[in-house]
Design a protein around this ligand. Structure first.
Ligand code: NAD
Length: 473
């Protein structure tokens, strides 16, 4: 069994008690991790607070070059990190359309390098005989990062690199389901960065709450479920912490009747099913015009039946298991609700009879808005395909959901599709694509999908406060 520590003030820390991390492809533990508690949160925040004054004064060039060194550490250890991610999340090394742990580590490197090269400009608002007014960006202090289990390393990188790049120090708390690759990264980072600049504690809700209510934490960046996001907002209120909340989504995709179904279906299938649907901005509700409804359902089912499901460590696997047993239970309950609510399985619909937490890639027809599988985020390999007849009406139906992370319109008329996409109430709108993200384009949710954005200069600015400097003349 592999063993993993916490990291505080540049040192490996052991608490004396441990918890196990289960490989969802086997249902058996493969790693043992030190269990943190509230006193570790206090030590980690104290170390980050003590490191902040000197780290925030390190020159911009030096901080950029240290971020590049972090990217190099990811690259140098890529095979080990990929294997850990596959063992802890179940996602294949390669995966459907190349979406697997190789992409997770490669993306982590790419985001780190891009963010390392960003620069926060000083804005000059006025410069005349009366005064010069400059707007400066200053780091906030200690940033707490709390991450989920679906893309554990990449999301940690999205939080931590812009925080460090802009001069903050960090305390991380990974999901107890998937802490191992993140801990290895912090181990590498502890050798590259000054002591206390990056710290990691483990634990569940109690540790998370201690971190998010700690008076010396200035900002929380959280990716996870909407209910947890709301609890974090409450704990953060006592000391008015800054927040970036990237929460759950229930993204709609609308297919206009002018598409070639056979051409768009594989792309739509990948947008729905990559990582088993366990991606915040996966396509989770597909609205298809009545004239093409049956053809789309059959084509998606054909693709689902052809997917290679198995242990992600085996070459050629496209989809692995669901990450944990609780999530498998949620997906199974949603599947049980389908026929009760008038839906019909075109393919799949049940747990796969083998060790681990596997579920058949499932396509469901004949459900509509108001049913559980359509209204709630399933976060698993199960897609409702919903029939519509009127284009204006379908946009309103897509917008009825309380989530607003992403949305897409699929059409051969991209101008018309772009006009409709702009009517969707969501933070990212795609035409003939879904879930595509990149390090220079801001990403974030509206409504109950969150607050603030990540990536690019917009994302970097969220780790800073503005200081307006007026020099009177
Ligand atoms: P979760 O909310 O259960 O847990 C996320 C993290 O919060 C974990 O580290 C957990 O230990 C911690 N936590 C739990 N209770 C806490 C508390 N009271 N205070 C502080 N921290 C606490 O989410 P999950 O099940 O790990 O992830 C799945 C959810 O994340 C889905 O809803 C998905 O849509 C969402 N997600 C969103 C994005 C995005 O960018 N918007 C990305 C990935 C996942």
């Amino acid at each position: 069994m592999q063993e993993f520590n916490m990291f505080i003030n540049g040192e490996a820390v052991q608490s004396g008690s441990t918890f196990e991390v289960v490989n969802p492809a086997t249902g058996k533990p493969f790693a043992q991790v030190q269990q943190g508690n509230v006193s570790h949160v206090d030590q980690a925040v104290a170390a980050a607070k003590a490191a902040f004054p000197s780290w925030s004064k390190v020159s911009d060039d030096k901080r950029a070059s240290l971020c590049h060194a972090l990217a190099n550490s990811l690259e140098d250890n890529m095979p080990e990190l990929m294997e850990l991610i596959t063992k802890e999340t179940g996602k294949p090394m390669g995966g459907l359309n190349g979406v697997g742990s190789g992409m997770e580590v490669g993306g982590s490197m790419g985001w780190t390098r891009f963010t390392a090269d960003l620069q926060l400009p000083v804005d000059v608002i006025q410069d005349n005989e009366e005064a010069r007014i400059e707007v400066h960006r200053k780091p906030l202090g200690v940033v707490a990062s709390i991450t989920p289990w679906n893309w554990p390393l990449m999301i940690a990188i999205w939080h931590v690199i812009p925080a460090l790049r802009s001069g903050n120090t960090v305390v991380m708390k990974p999901s107890p389901f998937t802490p191992t690759a993140t801990i290895r990264f912090v181990e590498f980072a502890s050798k590259i960065l000054p002591a206390g600049v990056i710290n990691l504690v483990t634990g569940e809700g109690e540790v998370g709450e201690a971190l998010t209510s700690h008076p010396d934490v200035s900002k929380i960046v959280f990716t996870g479920s909407t209910p947890t996001g709301k609890r974090i907002m409450q704990s953060a209120s006592a000391s008015l912490k800054r927040l970036t909340l990237e929460l759950g989504g229930n993204d709609a995709g609308i297919v206009l009747p002018d598409v070639d179904v056979k051409e768009v279906a594989p792309k739509i299938f990948g947008a729905c099913f990559h990582n088993n649907g366990q991606t915040c901005a996966a396509l989770k509700r597909l609205y298809v015009h009545e004239s093409q409804y049956d053809e789309m359902c059959e084509t998606l089912a054909h693709l689902a039946n052809g997917v290679v499901v198995g242990d992600g460590l085996e070459e050629g696997t496209e989809l692995g298991p669901i990450q944990n047993e609780d999530q498998l239970k949620i997906v199974s309950e949603m599947a049980e609700s389908v026929e009760r609510e008038g839906g019909r399985f075109i393919c799949g619909g049940k747990r796969i009879d083998r060790d681990g937490f596997f579920f058949e890639p499932t396509v469901v027809a004949d459900l509509s808005d108001g049913s559980r599988l359509v209204d709630e985020e399933p976060f698993g390999p199960i897609l409702p395909v919903i029939k519509y007849s009127d284009i204006d009406e379908v946009v309103a139906r897509a917008n009825q959901n309380d989530r607003g992370l992403g949305g897409s319109v699929w059409s051969s008329d991209t101008e018309k599709a772009a006009r409709l996409a702009q009517q969707l109430e969501c933070g990212s709108a795609w035409v003939n694509d879904h879930g595509a993200i990149q390090p220079d384009a801001p990403f974030g949710g509206v409504k109950q999908s969150g607050l603030g954005v990540e990536f690019g200069l917009y994302g970097l600015e969220e780790y800073t406060s503005i200081q307006t400097l007026k020099i009177a003349r």
